[in-house]
Each structure stands twice: as C-alpha cells, then as structure tokens.
Design a protein around this ligand. Structure first.
Ligand code: SF4
Ligand code: SF4
Length: 400
C-alpha cells in the first residue's frame, strides 16, 4: 500500500508535523475569503493529511489497520485542487511551512492514487503531448499573431527569450511587449522555433502530473544549449519559477545557462544605459505582484524600480503587496476548473485598484492578465490593465 509520506522529503514531513493549527493563514487565504469553505483552508488540509499519515503509518496504524474511506480522500483531493497554490499561507505561517511547495506535492500524491487531477486538467498531458502546449493550439500560431514585424531574433545568441504558452496564446500584448523591449535594448537574442518552444512543464507540475516533465525539460534545455545560450529570459512568473526551481531536478543536473525574469534583464539594461525613457506617463499606476514572482522567487523590487524609472509615474501599492500580495485568482491551474472562485478573487484586486484611484493596473503575469481582464466582463468596476513590458515598450527608446 502507498504511504502518504512516500514522495515527501524529511523537511516536508517535518513541516506537516509542525503546523500548530494556529489558523493565522486563514486570514490571508483568497479561496477562503471568497468561498468561506473551511475544508479548503490551509490548516484543515494539513490537519487532514496528518490524520491520513497517522492512520496508515507507524506501529499504531499497523495494529489498527484502518483504511481511509474513498469519499474522504475524494473530498480532500478536491480541496487541494481548489487551492490556487498562491503560497501566502506559507508566507504568514509563524512556523515557516513552505506551502507553495507543499501543495503541489500533496496534489502529486493524490494523482498517484488515481484521485486527481480534476476535470479538464486531466486532458493536459495528452494535449501537451500532441500540440506542445496546454491550450490545444497549433504550434504554427505560437508567434505569428503577435510577433512584431520589425524585430528579428538571431539564429544563435548568448541571450534567449522564452515566450511561454499562456503569453503566446492568451495574453499576447504581454509577449509582444517583451519582444519590442528586447528589440529596443538592441543586444542580439535568439528564440527556439515555434515547434520547439514547447510547454515549460509548469501546468503539469502544479497539477501533480509529472510523467512528461523529464522529456519536456530535457528537450528545452538541450535546444537552448545547442544554441549556446548563457541567459534565458522569460516574463511568465510560473515559467520562471519552474525553470529556476524544478528544471535542474528534471534535467538531472545544473542548467547550462542562467534564468532571468524580464524585469531583472530590463533593469540591467537600464543601468547600462542601453535604453532610455523617452516619454512621460503622468499616471497613478498600481502594480500587482504575481504570487510566483514575489513569494516564489523574491522578485519584488525589480519591477518597481523599472516602473519608478518612467518619468511622471506615481506608483501606488495595494494594501497587501510584495510577499503578502493577494492572488489574482488564476493560480494553481484552478482558473478553468474553479472559474467562479477565480473571478471573485480577481474582482477583489479590481475593487481595490479602483478604490485607490489608480489610472491603470499594471500586471506582470499572463494568467493574471487573462483572469483580471475576464473578471471585468459585466462587472460594476472597471480599470484599464496593462502588462509591465507592454507599458515599457511604449515609453523607451534604445539602441535597437
Ligand atoms: S496557497 Fe493560497 S489559496 Fe492555497 S491554501 Fe494557501 S492561501 Fe489558500
Ligand atoms: S499559519 Fe502555519 S502553523 Fe498556523 S495553521 Fe496555518 S499552516 Fe498551520
């Protein structure tokens, strides 16, 4: 029989045991905020999982031989998949439980038990195997509809740009902005061709479906290595997180190149004087930290420094920002399955941005971009949204 601790490390088992059930995390959980369902709460998921472990492992379990009822496991599976994996629960946890890492592993365990993932998430591996992306879109449409005609990637270069599936197929102003900015920086950059730039693996990782990951990661890393790449630049926080934290594991060794989020790359270009801001933007901008960029990678200052460098900009903040930012609702591959939650959470961000009198809401994640945009449909509050590089691309001039 599978152990509930089988895929967990000693650190993760210790974390599960360490939860004091203080429920501090409940005050921050966005799913809790919009649904009020206690079973989804971080403390309850940990309590239940701990119960599964206690009932099935150790001497007492051997004597009592207790089985966990199937419906209890099914309810638990639903709860771990309804979470957006935003990780704020871990951020505020006094014990320091790294929930942004723990939840995907609990999802993985439920997948290995044949109980997860949920609904359309089950189709992802088949779709990715066939098309290279989770949106069932042809590779021929990956770049063509949005790629700026006046930017020409090099065949080989030290720097490579990875667009990512959500940007390329669902948040095209964002990836277009990235490429325009890279073009204006003027340093040569390369890209894989549209058939070779496949999914980074994050949607599979986050839904606990690991089978294709090694193949996808090796294919991508080897393709960049063949091009002699030294720095891989990407704007999607989930992709950058996956590349930084999980690609080395699935690749089997250290990556032969460095990973940079596009705001880090642009900040360096600004410092080197490769780009200048040519136009003023006299606006109150409010910036939303994506969970996997701020809490996941600690990239909090770079986007702000880039935005503050724009002449005329007044940057204002959400009450919860930086490491405590509220999820946009789209995280954890839950946005299609738990659509109502995602829209309700996104509307909390829209409400606050409107209440603070922001002229525009600046986003830097394709999933946030898509979800916040969708949440405004038929809603009482509206605010213009813009991706950070989409914005920067309209204000800078450079060598390119
Ligand atoms: S990761 Fe986010 S959505 Fe999931 S339980 Fe923690 S706070 Fe709630
Ligand atoms: S804040 Fe940490 S210790 Fe407290 S209930 Fe939540 S996960 Fe457990």
């Amino acid at each position: 029989m599978r152990k509930f601790t089988e895929i967990l490390t000693v650190k993760e088992i210790t974390e599960l045991k360490a939860c004091t059930q203080c429920r501090e995390c409940l005050r921050y959980c966005p799913v809790q905020e919009v649904t009020g369902k206690t079973e989804i709460s971080p403390s309850e998921k940990i309590r239940k999982y701990r119960e599964f472990v206690n009932q099935t492992e150790g001497l007492r379990a051997l004597v009592l031989k207790k089985e966990i009822p199937e419906e209890v496991l099914s309810d638990f599976t639903r709860a771990v998949f309804e979470c957006t994996t935003c990780g704020v629960c871990g951020e505020v946890c006094p014990v320091g439980i790294d929930n942004q890492r723990l939840w995907p592993l609990l999802r993985r365990e439920m997948v290995l038990r044949g109980l997860g993932p949920i609904g359309p998430q089950r189709e992802m591996p088949g779709v990715i195997r066939q098309t290279g992306n989770p949106y069932n879109q042809p590779a021929s449409n990956r770049y063509k509809p949005w790629f700026p005609v006046d930017v020409e990637p090099a065949e080989k270069a030290d720097v490579a740009y990875y667009a990512g599936c959500t940007g390329a197929y669902q948040a095209t102003p964002m990836v277009r902005g990235d490429v325009v900015v890279l073009g204006k920086i003027g340093l040569p950059f390369t890209m894989l061709n549209e058939d070779d730039e496949v999914c980074c693996g994050f949607p599979l990782f986050i839904t606990g479906q690991f089978d294709l990951l090694e193949g996808l990661v090796k294919r991508l890393v080897d393709a960049y290595r063949e091009k002699g790449v030294k720095v891989l630049v990407c704007s999607c926080p989930c992709c950058v997180n996956m590349m930084t934290k999980d690609w080395p594991h699935f690749y089997g060794s250290r990556l032969p190149f460095k990973i940079m989020h596009i705001t880090q790359y642009v900040l360096e270009a600004l410092k080197k004087g490769l780009i200048n801001f040519e136009k003023e933007i006299k606006e109150r901008l409010i910036y939303h930290d994506p969970c996997y960029l701020s809490r996941g990678l600690g990239i909090i200052e770079e986007p702000r420094r880039v935005l503050k460098a724009i002449p005329g900009v007044e940057l204002i903040e959400f009450e919860r920002h930086g490491r405590l930012s509220r999820c946009c609702g789209a995280g954890g591959a839950a946005r299609k399955v738990f659509h109502e939650n995602a829209v309700a959470i996104a509307r909390l961000t829209i409400d606050e941005a409107v209440a603070k009198g922001a002229d525009r809401l600046v986003l830097s994640c394709p999933a946030c971009y898509e979800k916040v945009n969708e949440a405004m449909e038929g809603y009482k509050h509206r605010i213009p949204i813009v991706d950070i590089m989409e914005l920067i691309s309209t204000t800078i001039e450079g060598k390119g």
